[in-house]
Design a protein around this ligand. Structure first.
Ligand code: PHE
Length: 462
């Protein structure tokens, strides 16, 4: 096979709707369901939401347009894209592939937990009754058990692998087209249940009451930085995914429209998640500011107390599972496409090795709540983190932000904004805001990414 026909054979999205569902699926994930609601609550509710919205469209869309264009322009994943455009920057493609690889290694552990919770609620629904344990005890005994910790991580990676094996349109697109609309409907059902509980109004007030005092003093900058890092992670930027997904776009696709729709849907689901979770947490008098334990500890208490809790628990964790799965297939595709495109390894083998590699890398994270519970690792600021949190820290805060920063510099000053504008306009689209976009990608965006890097890694204390 010639190189050309090989490239043609990489696959393409079968429909624009399918591409959008896959891209929204990659964006909508645990970041929306678990991190966004508690960050919203902790950082001033509506005030945080407003800043977040501005950042999504002023910074997020700018980066997303760029990544989609780099992908469609080169028809390659991140490593291939940079090496086709300028070999000196191939390392930046490698950074994002590495970042997506290690992020998936711990993301899969968390995704496995959602599977465990879903199955537990299904059993409870069919008569087993609730385990008499408190939310914390249930969670702690589960994650400390090495057999279960490894089993669910393995199961989650296996399911991810099977979907990615099906290829772009046959696997990723086909599943996303079913899972994302289903997620939306399930979310609506959970919202109706949550907001009709007695006492729910306090939860809504907690989310939507603007508390502008959080912006006073240097705290304001901290809230701003928190919104920024949440935004990058939630939109799946800097991870090679958007470049990779963009590379399967036909030339006729409208990049600008996609770069508005995807962030819009992602933000909508994040707000919906807060509306689904917070009223219920308040209705049962639980603590909304518990942070990370919200999804797997606090909500377990909520469902135990709620009428119809087993059913809604099953529904909710199926939704969480779908959200995590559509993100993990995107993360796996980045590594798989590298092996297929650049190493010329057949897709089947590529997916197998990618799954095996991610599974092995994720083992310490999976065991980090039990047998490896005493292991902690340092951040730049000297804080000590458990294994899973530390891998998250390296992938999400350090590598992802560096990747986006270097991309801004590359596009703004080396490749030149004109190349990207030409790509966007290739399908006949008129890019009215090209002046604004060029300005942003050269100045404001890299400055804000740098701020995110410094604050999220702890190098700069606010
Ligand atoms: N955006 C996903 C979420 O919000 C996580 C993710 C990050 C997925 C990076 C892919 C790449 O959970």
């Amino acid at each position: 096979m010639s190189n050309h026909s090989k490239q043609e054979g990489r696959g393409q999205w079968a429909s624009h709707f399918g591409f959008l569902m896959a891209a929204v699926g990659s964006a909508v994930g645990l970041g929306n369901l678990w991190a966004f609601p508690y960050k919203l609550g902790k950082n001033g509710g509506f005030a945080f939401l407003l800043i977040y919205l501005v950042l999504v469209f002023v910074v997020g869309s700018v980066v997303m347009v760029t990544e989609l264009s780099l992908g469609r322009m080169t028809k390659r994943g991140p490593i291939g894209a940079y090496s086709a455009l300028d070999k000196r920057f191939t390392f930046n493609g490698a950074i994002s592939v590495f970042a997506s690889f290690i992020i998936l290694s711990f993301y899969s552990v968390l995704g496995g937990w959602s599977l465990k919770y879903f199955l537990t609620y299904v059993l409870e629904m069919f008569g087993n009754g609730f385990h008499g344990l408190s939310g914390a005890d249930f969670f702690n005994s589960f994650v400390a058990d090495p057999v279960q910790a490894v089993l669910y991580h393995a199961l989650f990676m296996a399911i991810t692998g099977v979907i990615v094996l099906g290829g772009i349109s046959g696997g990723i697109e086909r599943c996303s087209k079913v899972m994302m609309p289903a997620l939306f409907v399930m979310m609506l059902a959970v919202i109706v249940r949550s907001v009709t509980l007695p006492g729910a109004a306090d939860g809504l007030a907690f989310i939507f009451k603007p508390d502008f005092t959080v912006f006073q003093g240097s705290g304001g900058l901290a809230v701003f930085a928190a919104a920024l890092s949440q935004m990058f992670f939630s939109l799946s930027l800097g991870m090679g995914i958007t470049i990779c997904y963009g590379s399967y776009l036909p030339p006729s696709s409208n990049i600008l429209r996609s770069a508005v729709i995807i962030p819009l849907c992602d933000t909508l689901v994040a707000v919906m998640a807060a509306v689904a979770i917070m009223p219920a947490v308040f209705a049962f008098g639980l603590d909304p500011k518990q942070g990370p334990s919200l999804l797997y500890v606090v909500l377990r208490e909520v469902f135990a107390a709620m009428p119809g809790g087993a059913f809604f628990g099953a529904l909710f964790y199926l939704l969480v599972f779908f959200a995590a799965l559509t993100s993990s297939i995107a993360l796996l595709e980045v590594t798989a496409s590298y092996l297929v495109d650049e190493r010329k390894i057949p897709r089947k083998k590529s997916v197998f090795w990618a799954v095996a590699g991610v599974f092995a890398t994720g083992l310490p994270s999976a065991l980090g709540f039990g047998v490896l519970g005493d292991v902690t690792l340092p951040t730049f600021s000297g804080e000590m983190l458990g294994i899973l949190d530390w891998v998250d820290y390296v992938g999400e805060y350090a590598l992802m932000t560096i990747g986006v920063l270097i991309m801004c510099i590359f596009v703004g000053y080396v490749l030149g904004p004109k190349r990207v504008i030409a790509e966007i306009e290739r399908d006949g689209t008129v890019f009215r805001l090209k002046g604004v976009w060029s300005f942003m990608i050269r100045t404001v965006t890299p400055a804000l990414v740098l701020l995110t890097f410094l604050t999220a890694t702890g190098l700069l204390k606010l």
